[in-house]
Design a protein around this ligand. Sequence first.
Ligand code: ADP
Length: 459
Amino acid sequence: MQKFKRVLVANRGEIAIRIFRACHELGIRTVAIYSEEDKASLFRTKADESYQVGKGKSPVDAYLNIDEIIQLAKKKGVDAIHPGYGFLSENPEFARKCEEAGVVFIGPTASMMNSLGDKIKSKQVAIKVGVPVIPGIEKPILTDEEAHEAANLCGYPVILKASAGGGGRGMRIVRHAEDLVREYQSAKSEARKAFGVEDVFIEKYLESPKHIEVQVLGDNYGGLVHLYERDCSIQRRHQKVVEYTPAFTLTEEKRNAICADALKIAGAVNYRNAGTCEFLVDKSGKHYFIEMNPRIQVEHTVTEMLTGIDIVQSQIMIAQGLALDSKEVGIPNQESVVPRGFAIQCRITTEDPSNNFAPDTGRIDVYRSGSGFGIRLDGGNGFTGAVISPYYDSLLVKATSHGRTWEDAIRKSLRALGEMKIQGVKTNIAFLINVLNHEKFVQGECDTNFIAENRSLFE
Ligand code: ADP
């Protein structure tokens, strides 16, 4: 085992702070990187050391400069780099270059990322091990004619997806053949701009599915467990807004089948570290694998509350070479993962729901947070005097509740949201309260169209 002394976090905001906390509890010294625009951001001060990167680069590019980040890590005697989510977290070249430089990448290997990181390849892995996928054509569409052929094979409506996609970008729903070429070209160009790869593929569009995903953890010795599922159906433009666990409307049989399929896919590539297998469940209750995310996810908090397992610490310990069944990681077998109660995460953002969720910026004049029994907050720049810049995503703080019953978890979330008072920038708090009060949410019946179909949430 290689005990890490120093870990660098190649990320910013709330997830950087989340990882620093995990490191500090493990007795590991932390190193932050920050851009010019993040000079005054809170996360910087939560690390033991911090260094500016990306001078002269754009605010986002500052966090994408592989060689500069690795060089800094070497210079500062860093043992390992945690990539968080977004930025370089799914970049196999970054993982490979870290290993080459003798710095441990806290995540799967570059070759695992290569075989799972893109949506087409991960569907191919699923097909190989007999896990159901959404009917489609698992290869990039190269011409307008191919687009027509593929769409006809699937049957309309279809969805075009960027193979390298993330955050809902590069996706287009097409209901009529006459719109196909236009949407195909626009998906391709969006994919090229956002991901540098223009590969787009086609699959059947499912009307109103639920998004169910399974957290997995694997070690370097073949140990592999799942930490149960999350329901992430409450989305806006294919981006998650509220997530919870368990997905209590699933039958026990369905839950077991989805979790078993997640293990099959992870097992097929000897997956190591934390990852998430995402599925859609259609109205008839059939489930289909859509992709695997080889990294920590924003919504990992609900699974931590459910199982009591610190996923970020587990990631670090696994990267140190500890086995799942070691005393330190403490997950000797699947039976030792015991779900308790219910957990809900609300993503509080600096966005204005009444203005099409336009990001708001400026100084936070008043910041009072909710807290108390059963509430966990994972924040970035949530404090009085903080300045919200336009350069990064608008996630301000994640409020996660944990209750003995579903109703208890909802009540705790609502109470905490009600206690929050943020002035100076607009937030989506009132909108989140409407979501949690909605009958469909209470019944656990929201599908991925819930927000788009319910204007009352905006009142
Ligand atoms: P990204 O990587 O951009 O987040 P995903 O493949 O994870 O994209 O899909 C995000 C969301 O898009 C899903 O949760 C779902 O709401 C919607 N989606 C994706 N594929 C389909 C499909 N075939 N039919 C219906 N909705 C889909």
